[in-house]
Each structure stands twice: as C-alpha cells, then as structure tokens.
Design a protein around this ligand. Structure first.
Ligand code: 0X9
Ligand code: ZN
Length: 426
C-alpha cells in the first residue's frame, strides 16, 4: 500500500485506539541486501572491482579482504546479474534481507520520537534541533567547562556549533578534535559524538588528576552534515541519503559526498564526477561545501594544538588512518598510527566491545578527498583516523543497542586521551 498522507495521519493519531500497522512502500521495496563473501585471496580482485554499469546496485560497504563482506543493495531486476557475478568469481552469496524497504519502514515506525524536535535521549537518535538544545543546556550549566563556538551555517542555513570542553582553557593543552555525521545516514556517529560530549562534561572523575580532561582539551562537532541528517530522518525513502543537500545551478541533482570534498589530493581516486551519482560525487571543486570548509577551518586555525583528529562514521568496525587516497604506500609514521589504533581497539574490546580492524584507509579501498587525509597531510595533525562504528546492522544500527555500544567505544576514547597526554602533554 502507498503511504498516503491520510495513512500517516491515522498512524500518528492511533485513531482506533489500537496499534494500526500500515506499511508504506518506498524506493527500496523489494531490494535485497546481499553480502558477497571472499573466502580466499583469489576472490579479492572480484570484490574490490565489483561494479554495476547501470549504477542501480548500491555498494553499502566495501570488502577489506578475505572474510570481510562486500555488502550490496540490489533491486529485483539486478539480482540475476549479482548472482551471476558471484558464481563466475567463486564468491559465496548470502541474501540477508529480501525486502530492505520494509526494514527501513519498520525502523521508522519503531521510532516515533524521531519526529519530535526537542525531546532528547542520550541513548537515542536525536534530531539536530534536540542535539543543539542539549549542547546549549550543557554550556549554560557548566560555563567554565563547556564552550560553544559558532562556525557558520550549513547550506540550508542550520547553525553549526563546535563544542569545546576544557578544564583548563588557558593552559594551551593538546587538543583532540572529533567530528561525526558527514555522511547523513550513519546515525550512530552523531549519537557517539553526543555521548562523548555528555561523558566529558558530566562525569565526576573527568576532571580529576588522571581523568580524561586532565591535560587534554576536546573539540567536538557532532553533526557535520545537519541538512543531510535531517533529510535522512524525514522518511524511509530518504533514510539512506549520504551526501550534503547543496545544489549547484548547472545540475538537477542534489548533494556532494563531504568525505570526497576535502582539498588534499582532491578527486585523484575513488570518486564520481557525476552530480547525480548517489554516493561519491566529489563536488565541482575541493571545498565546494560550507560544511567541509568549516571543519577544515577548525583544523587549520588550531593546527598547532590539535594532535589527534577522529572522524566518526559507520559501519563495519574499522579504525583506519592515512593515506586514504592511495593503497600503494603508507605515511612514514604509519607504525605510530597503527600502534595507537590497535591500543584503542584493545581498550574497546576490554570493555566488552568488538575489536576494530586497524589499517590504512587506502588499503581498504582508495578514496581521495577524505577529512582524515586533509587533517594529516594538509593540517599536519600527527594522528588522524576514520572510525567506522558497529558491525552487522548496516546503517540501521538499532537504537536499543546504543546504551550498550556507546559506553564501550567511550573506553577507546579514554585510551586516545591517555596516549595524547603522554606524548604531547605539557
Ligand atoms: O568512504 C568513506 O568515506 C568512508 N567509509 S563510509 O562507509 N563511512 O563511507 C571511509 C573513509 C576512509 N578515508 C579515506 N578514504 N580518506
Ligand atoms: Zn561514512
């Protein structure tokens, strides 16, 4: 059944006094979530070079290597093509979910409070407005600890605020800069960044000697792409939107992949030049997007003090470091990046979480114009990572699991903090 305005109205009112299940159709109805398993090294080429010339199959996640799946969202008319591809390359094919549209609808119906602007739940997927409200509240409550710096406006005019948390703002401590949500459908990333803010600001032992704020300052931008985030929250049809919501006059299509838009080795690999490409359009030029310009200004304005940059994404449980634009070689200091990444993974595992796959981004798959490469290569920030949170639920990580997962990942951030203090503390 089409989800008419009337049907939505009836759902909202619950007019007959019982739960009225209406399933709406959307563009992902009858799409199948397919996982291709490379089980031997000879399969790697096939998963790494998979392409649907018609661009109808979406790649949800690339494969890192043997036993790491390539995840695809396949429309009904392309299932045969994908089965043939798997068969001819010896790949094991797993059909995970027959009607992916239904999964998205179910998710949106489970979360009625998503649509309520101001209500805030630290273990929930909050609206941009509710997150902003929470940040204002913290800054108001703890003025000596939490400061908000206005950075500017998103394409659609949303005000972006950098959260600065410091127990000694005049001390010139090393800074850890964390951002999240450049990809709008990756909801768990802003949820983690907001949780991090909350723990830093409200844990009574944060400020103690040896606490997470002792000798290190934290700058956090929890929603880098608020326009895309709100768009992906607006309906099941839009749930998988990844890009910004900008519009250039010479195209009928919207949005740029923010993580292909940074001005370091811009567009040399892993991008699309087509503004209508659903996923990886790099923009008409580097830094075409106000949102990426704002993040780069934070990095450049504070480049002497920022010692670690972490960009939160989902999914796959990876912790990757530069270079992202190439898999052919690594930065000179790659061992330090690798060691810190592995220590963070161990800390998360110790807290009961899943370990991260730690490696260079370009060895996973080369893609240029990422914020991690810009931080490392252009701003000279000595530690830079992209953290891909969660595994097993694609972009729809259940809200009910946030209360378990976010505290586990927080232990990884404590480890980051400890190591930055040890190496750069004054
Ligand atoms: O492709 C991306 O932008 C990131 N993965 S995601 O599934 N969240 O889209 C990985 C980025 C890794 N870094 C670079 N390639 N620079
Ligand atoms: Zn992402």
């Amino acid at each position: 059944m089409k989800c008419t305005v009337m049907a939505r109205f009836l759902i909202v009112l619950g007019i007959f006094g019982f739960i009225f299940q209406v399933h709406c159709s959307n563009q992902y109805d009858n799409h199948t979530l397919v996982r291709l398993h490379p089980t031997l090294p000879v399969h790697l080429n096939a998963v790494k070079t998979f392409q649907d010339p018609s661009l109808e199959v979406s790649v949800l996640k690339e494969s890192r290597g043997v036993n790491d799946t390539l995840d695809l969202l396949v429309p009904p008319n392309k299932l045969g093509f994908v089965h043939d591809y798997a068969k001819s390359n010896g790949l094991t094919l797993e059909e995970k979910q027959r009607n992916y549209g239904r999964t998205l609808e179910d998710e949106s119906q489970r979360l009625p409070r998503r649509r309520v602007l101001r209500s805030f739940n630290i273990f929930g997927y909050n609206s941009f407005g509710a997150i902003q409200g929470y940040l204002e509240e913290l800054a108001h409550k703890f003025p000596n600890l939490v400061q908000l710096q206005e950075l500017g406006k998103s394409f659609e005019g949303r005000t972006m605020k950098l959260v600065k948390i410091s127990s000694q703002p005049e001390a010139g401590n090393p800074v850890i800069f964390v951002d999240a949500g450049i990809h709008s459908r990756e909801w768990v990333a802003p949820a983690m960044a907001t949780y991090l803010i909350s723990r830093l600001a409200t844990d009574s032992d944060s400020m103690q000697i040896g606490g997470i704020l002792d000798g290190v300052d934290w700058y956090i931008l929890p929603v880098v792409n608020p326009d895309g985030y709100e768009y992906s929250r607006s309906s099941a049809n839009k749930r998988l939107w990844r890009k910004t919501r900008s519009k250039t006059t010479n195209s009928r299509c919207y949005g740029v992949d923010g993580n292909r838009n940074y001005g370091f080795k811009w567009a040399v690999s892993g991008v699309s030049n087509d503004p209508c490409h659903a996923e990886t359009f790099a923009g008409n030029k580097a830094f075409s997007e106000p949102e990426t310009r704002m993040v780069s200004s934070v990095m450049l304005d504070n480049k002497q003090r920022i010692k670690l940059y972490v960009s939160l994404h989902s999914y796959g449980q990876y912790l990757v470091y530069p270079w992202g634009y190439t898999g052919d070689y690594l930065p000179k200091q790659w061992k330090k990046l690798d060691n810190m990444g592995k220590a963070v993974s161990v800390a998360v595992q110790r807290a009961g979480g899943k370990p991260f796959k730690v490696m260079s981004a370009g060895k996973w798959y080369p893609a240029a114009g990422g914020s991690d490469d810009f931080a490392y290569g252009a701003a000279g920030i000595p530690y830079s990572y992209t953290m891909e949170l969660t595994e097993g639920y694609e972009f729809t990580f259940p809200e009910s699991l946030l209360s378990k997962t976010l505290p586990q990942v927080y232990e990884g951030f404590k480890e980051f903090g400890k190591r930055i203090k040890k190496e750069f503390g004054r």
